[in-house]
Design a protein around this ligand. Structure first.
Ligand code: ADP
Length: 485
């Protein structure tokens, strides 16, 4: 942290109504690459969550009353500041989350790109006029901000998960209360510092940091002044939060778990598929909800793909993300390593063959797992049936196109899927046959601000990014003008 160019980006208190709320209760923020304490952060709770909702409610009238252009100027200031401080923000992110520095800086640019994109898209909240069924009436549709938006986000993208939600919310004219994961609060607080410098008014963007996830979560899902609740995290927690929000009929968007298939057909460009699979699987040490979770390879190319993929993965360096040569950083915690190792060992017992890795790595003290590949996997083995959230690739081989679609869809999840093929008939049939919200075709990295990110089935509801993403923060209001004859 002492290498930061701008040390005032390192904040330790919740940011509510334009003020930093210090307090006596604190918790440690740990570097997962070394297990060292980076700093301590004030442990806010239910009272601060309530204060933040009140601040957001009080700020709503003035913020929603600004023109889209006025909001766009402030959002663009925020975008510019995030990009100017990309190096420092990337460093903070690597230190608290673990991902390699280049990837962390990439996340800062990715998160900021949503703020830039929605700053512009907020100017295009068009309404509608509809021909009325009788001549003395006119039908007009306008769109208005939903109101106060509350969010809960995970540790795997400490900047971007908040940016994706807050950008759309603020552009639409909503105010925002975010509760980041306690493993990674510093990135969110640095965003708040820059929001303030950008001129975003007090109460519009609030960050509440606290270990009482359940207590704060209850306020954010049940407070009568919260109009909409948005969550990124596991399907299990998402279900609980949807149920909590039901008591006051909150609008909800949910970005939940995934079990992404990555399908390689006989006619695929195998080298391109290997490259796509490495990126899609091993980015962020396999800890993303759109990460490849199962690799499905058609029988004729299974041997070639497995050999080339194993050779490529064997070259990936594991270690501290501050080291330039590292591609795979630590996992978030020791228990996360244990969970992944259990899935691997149980699947080996069930008949999977270990091609690479399969163990913890001792890199000083941190929480590292060797990049791992298992072949001869079946879809019912633990490594294929569960969301892995770690650097492990199970390879399943299949015979026909329909087999691939059946195996791919045989999960309660439906977030991202990927496939590599050249035949145009295969491409359309498979793209349409996959029960997923997003499909990468000959492409392993698909997310960007212009595209709708989101899942089907138990992977969630709602979309982030794109023109569709703004709708999640807008209400439709129908105006019927009568008495015109
Ligand atoms: P992950 O495995 O990515 O941490 P979780 O769904 O457990 O996924 O957590 C996502 C976010 O939700 C984190 O910020 C976590 O602290 C928070 N969280 C977990 N349980 C609850 C709960 N019952 N109420 C509110 N927030 C919760």
């Amino acid at each position: 942290m002492d290498k930061l160019n701008d040390k005032s980006l390192l904040k330790q208190h919740s940011y509510i109504n334009g003020k930093w709320h210090s307090g006596d209760a604190k918790f440690d923020v740990i570097n997962p690459a070394t297990d060292e304490v980076l700093t301590q952060v004030t442990n806010a709770g239910v009272a601060e969550a309530e204060l933040a909702v009140k601040a957001a409610k009080d700020a709503l009238k003035a913020w929603s009353g600004k023109s889209a252009n006025e909001r766009a100027v402030l959002l663009r200031n925020w975008f510019n500041l995030l990009m100017q401080h990309q190096d420092d923000l990337g460093r903070i992110l690597t230190l608290e989350q673990g991902k390699p520095l280049a990837e962390a800086k990439g996340e800062i640019a990715y998160g900021a790109s949503f703020i830039e994109w929605f700053a512009e898209e907020g100017k295009r909240v068009y309404g509608d006029t509809i021909p009325a069924p009788s001549s003395d009436k006119r039908i007009i549709v306008i769109k208005q901000p939903v109101g106060v938006v509350a969010s809960i986000t995970p540790w795997n993208f400490p900047n971007a998960m908040i940016a994706r939600k807050a950008a759309a919310a603020l552009a639409a004219g909503c105010t925002f209360v975010g509760r980041p994961a306690t493993q990674t609060p510093l990135s969110a607080l640095a965003m708040a510092e820059l929001a303030e410098r950008a001129g975003i008014p007090a109460g519009v963007f609030n960050i509440v940091i606290g270990e009482d996830a359940k207590g704060i979560g209850k306020v954010l899902t049940q407070h009568p002044d919260v109009a909409k609740f948005t969550f990124t995290g596991s399907t299990n927690v998402g279900k609980q939060l949807i149920a909590q929000g039901a008591t006051s009929v909150k609008k909800v968007s949910m970005e939940l778990g995934g079990n992404a298939p990555f399908i390689v057909f006989n006619d695929a460009d195998i080298d391109a598929a290997v490259e796509g699979a490495v990126l899609s699987k091993y980015r962020n040490a396999g800890q993303t909800c759109v990460c490849t979770n199962r690799i499905l390879v058609q029988q004729r190319v299974a041997k070639e793909f497995t050999e080339k993929f194993t050779a490529a993965v064997a070259k990936l360096m594991t270690g501290n993300g501050l080291d330039d040569s590292v591609f795979i950083g630590p996992m978030i915690s020791s228990s996360a390593v244990d969970n992944v190792d259990k899935l691997v060992q149980d699947s080996i017992k069930a008949g999977a063959k270990l091609e690479l890795g399969g163990a913890r790595v001792q890199v000083v003290d941190g929480n590292f797992y060797r990049p791992t590949i298992l072949s001869q996997v079946t879809n019912d083995m633990p490594i294929a049936a569960n969301e892995i959230f770690g650097p492990v690739s199970p390879i399943i081989s299949f015979e026909t196109e329909q087999d691939a679609i059946n195996i791919a869809n045989d999960t309660e999840y439906g977030l991202a899927a990927y496939f590599y093929a050249r035949d145009i008939g295969t491409i359309w049939r498979v793209a349409e046959g996959l029960d997923y919200g997003m499909v990468g075709i000959n492409e392993g990295l698909i997310s960007n601000a212009a595209a709708p990110f989101g899942g089907v089935k138990q992977s969630g509801s709602g979309r982030e990014g794109s023109k569709y993403g703004l709708d999640d923060y807008l209400e439709i209001k129908y105006l019927c003008m009568g008495g015109l004859n």
